[in-house]
Design a protein around this ligand. Structure first.
Ligand SMILES: [Zn+2]
Length: 217
């Protein structure tokens, strides 16, 4: 009966072909999207990205809501979802910065599957398997914040802002959300062990010293 009323989502076909990922892999990816401690705006954007239902300028032009389909960040190429998150020239410094942080996140990795890790795929789909020496929960939270900041900068520039520093936006937003979870779990609910496990252990970017979070971004 379920087969008659449930349809496979079509939006994920884009990512399956871009990254050569199977349908089965997406069950793990959806788990990361719906992690219960993620802020709702991150969950909403991740859901839209994976379903390929972001209203890019290419889509908005097709339905007649904008005059041109050009990216307002680089002002040179058409803006589809791959362009927004991966291919825009104005993302080059940001991608380099992310790569330098990813090198540190994986520096103590003790797993043969390290050879399967690709930074572009991590940015869109996250890490789908556990790796010894790597805090995959933090990593997936971090990638979700990175997606959110890329899209937030894009929306700010579309609204007339100029000079949004994407790296600083990422650093600020990550600190803000992780600190929120720290206060929520450790100070309000006495669940320091959960915070340690999900955010601190095997994470070279974050330390907790004398009840103070130290970010190494
Ligand atoms: Zn662009």
């Amino acid at each position: 009966m379920l087969e008659n009323i449930v349809e496979e989502p079509v939006g994920i076909e884009l990512w399956k072909s871009v990254f050569n990922v199977s349908s089965e892999a997406f069950s793990k990816i959806w788990e990361h999207v719906n992690m219960y401690w993620k802020p709702s705006n991150l969950v909403e954007l991740d859901f839209k990205v994976l379903h390929n239902c972001i209203f890019t300028n290419v889509k908005l032009q097709k339905i007649g809501l904008v005059d041109d389909n050009i990216c307002k960040v680089c002002c040179s190429e058409k803006e589809d979802i791959l362009h927004i998150f991966m291919n825009c020239d104005k993302l080059e410094d940001f991608h380099n910065y992310l790569s330098s942080l990813l090198v540190r996140i994986f520096e103590n990795c003790d797993s043969d599957t390290i050879s399967l890790v690709r930074s572009e795929e991590l940015l869109i789909l996250g890490l789908r398997w556990h790796m010894k020496g790597v805090n995959d929960t933090f990593l997936n939270f971090f990638m979700s914040v990175a997606r959110y900041c890329i899209f937030r900068r894009r929306n700010l520039l579309n609204s007339g802002y100029s000079n949004v520093n994407l790296i600083k936006l990422l650093q600020y937003t990550l600190k803000h959300y992780v600190t929120y979870m720290y206060v929520y779990l450790c100070r309000c609910h006495n669940m320091s062990h959960i915070f340690q496990k999900k955010f601190v252990i095997d994470n070279p970017l974050l330390e907790e010293t004398d009840n103070v979070l130290v970010f190494k971004l």
